[in-house]
Design a protein around this ligand. Structure first.
Ligand code: SF4
Length: 499
């Protein structure tokens, strides 16, 4: 029951969500729920239970600023009601104004699961039709498959240069037997995750199940690395005149950063721009800085190592501009040297991004993620694509869907009498999950009524399942009708499918 191993390709089940918070640093979604505009019912009902760094995305949505959502589907079988959670999450973000991306992880299906291309194409089509039927807008959003997206492949190649085998070993348990395509599919996935930021860095959320968290962590790591340009190891060869150095040193020698007034805050440490002088000990005002930079320029833009502390964004715009000019061609601001004060960090990061963007770099923001609970299988245990009775496929005949719900295990008591007396165990009931995750739609009151009636003993499983089965049948009928209606949309969408 302690199984919280997170293996993106295994059959990991998560039996204790609390451990995810403690061991993997996933944060509780509840804590930021209030900051989310019009939260989706999956958020309100705790189905989306965790996140990594979702706040920037929530803020962007709140303020109508650019944001993106991306998730991928490995087309290894029929899309089922568990996948619908992710479809809903993508679509909701799109409706809140985010740029939405849905991708078919065909390389991964081929390399990690050994699927043939023909099978992949069939399933891919089914996933996409369901996504469109549920409301994804292909004109506003982007659909792609990994194997035919050239830009993605280029990005994956670059990311590959920043990752190495030992890392994959540590994160995924790869060993000497792991084939190269599998590794390649990992860098491709990293590229997927960062793809929405190719043109412009923006808060991006990846809605996934918790088993995909290793990918998110690695992508966040790589985003940090790719954020900065590689710098030559060369040291500064520029020299200030000794008198100038002394002057600068003297001017600021007795000042603590806290003593700086706004003007004096026009200062930036340009450590080691002055040879051998650890300017982390000094502060330089804008004028001095620009004199330093002029000299740098005259010296033919020799590499500087801007071991720079930015004290106050408001006060140092000029200095920033000068620095941006200066590092053009040099291309790196060491974030880890921006260690002065917490309050300056955001400004420094923003600058770092500007510098990179100006220089043609990526400036990726570490991607955020949200995590949803796995649905319990209708037969108890895990909902699995390989056990038909455990799940309801979005392609199931509505009558079969009805029958599966009727045959589902419940959290009911042995006898009706006992149920009336003690109430049912809605928290352990796969049928209740169907109500909460899907059948109640946006209607919180309905979901709550089912719950309350169950635990109060007013609801008995027979009737409850009949109602759920009926709703499931209607949902499937409706969904499949919509799938037919959107076939044209899929034809028009810019994605290549053989079948
Ligand atoms: Fe589950 Fe409904 Fe029975 Fe309650 S009454 S245990 S929700 S099937």
């Amino acid at each position: 029951a302690d199984d919280v191993a997170l293996d993106p390709w295994g059959s990991s089940s998560v039996s204790d969500y609390r451990k995810l918070f403690e061991e993997f640093g996933i944060e509780e979604f509840d804590e930021i729920l209030e900051e989310v505009p019009n939260p989706h019912y999956l958020m309100r009902r705790g189905v989306i239970f965790g996140h990594r760094d979702y706040r920037p995305v929530a803020e962007a949505l709140q303020n109508d600023e650019p944001a993106a959502v991306l998730s991928g589907f490995m087309p290894t079988g029929d899309p089922h009601i568990g996948h619908k959670l992710v479809f809903d999450e993508i679509i909701w973000h799109q409706q809140q104004g985010a740029d939405a991306y849905a991708l078919i992880a065909d390389l991964e299906a081929n390399s990690a699961r050994g699927m043939s291309w023909a099978e992949i194409d069939d399933h891919a089509r089914d996933y996409l039709l369901s996504l469109l039927a549920l409301g994804f807008d292909p004109e506003e959003g982007e659909l792609y498959r990994q194997s035919t997206n050239r830009e993605l492949q280029d990005l994956a190649f670059e990311l590959g240069a920043d990752a190495n085998f030992s890392e994959f070993q540590a994160i995924y348990g790869f060993d000497g037997e792991t084939d190269v395509s599998h590794m390649q599919s990992v860098v491709t996935q990293m590229a997927d995750i960062l793809y929405p930021q190719l043109e412009e860095p923006k808060p991006t959320v990846i809605p996934v199940g918790p088993d995909q968290d290793p990918h998110v962590r690695l992508a966040r790591d790589l985003a940090e690395r790719m954020r900065f340009f590689k710098v030559s190891e060369a040291y500064a060869s520029f020299e200030l005149e000794p008198e100038e150095r002394a002057l600068v040193a003297e001017f600021y020698a007795d000042l603590e950063p806290a003593d700086f007034d706004d003007d004096q805050l026009r200062c930036v440490h340009v450590a080691e721009a002055i040879e051998e002088t650890p300017l982390s000990e000094l502060a330089v005002d804008a004028d001095t800085l620009s004199s330093v930079l002029t000299k740098l320029e005259e010296a033919g833009m020799e590499p500087i190592r801007p071991r720079t502390r930015f004290f106050d964004r408001r006060a140092t715009d000029e200095a920033f501009d000068a620095l941006i000019d200066a590092v053009e061609g040099e291309k790196r601001v060491y974030e880890n040297h921006v260690d002065a004060f917490d309050l300056d960090r955001a400004a420094a990061e923003e600058l770092a991004r500007e510098v990179e963007v100006d220089n043609g770099g990526y400036g990726f923001q570490p991607p955020s993620s949200i995590y949803h609970r796995f649905m319990t299988g209708l037969t108890g245990g895990k909902m699995s694509s390989s056990i038909p009775a455990s799940h309801i496929s979005l392609l199931d005949d509505p009558e079969d869907g009805y029958d599966k719900v009727k045959a589902a295990t419940t959290g009911g008591r042995e006898t009706a009498e006992e149920q009336r007396e003690k109430g049912g165990k809605a928290d352990e009931c796969p049928v209740y999950e169907l109500y909460a995750y899907l059948l109640s739609g946006d209607d919180d009151e309905f979901a709550k009524r089912v719950y309350d009636e169950c635990v109060d003993g007013e609801r008995l499983c027979g009737d409850c399942k009949e109602q759920a089965a009926q709703l499931m049948k209607e949902f499937l009928e409706d969904h499949q009708e919509k799938r037919e209606e959107v076939e044209g949309l899929l034809e028009d969408a810019d994605i290549e499918l053989e079948s």
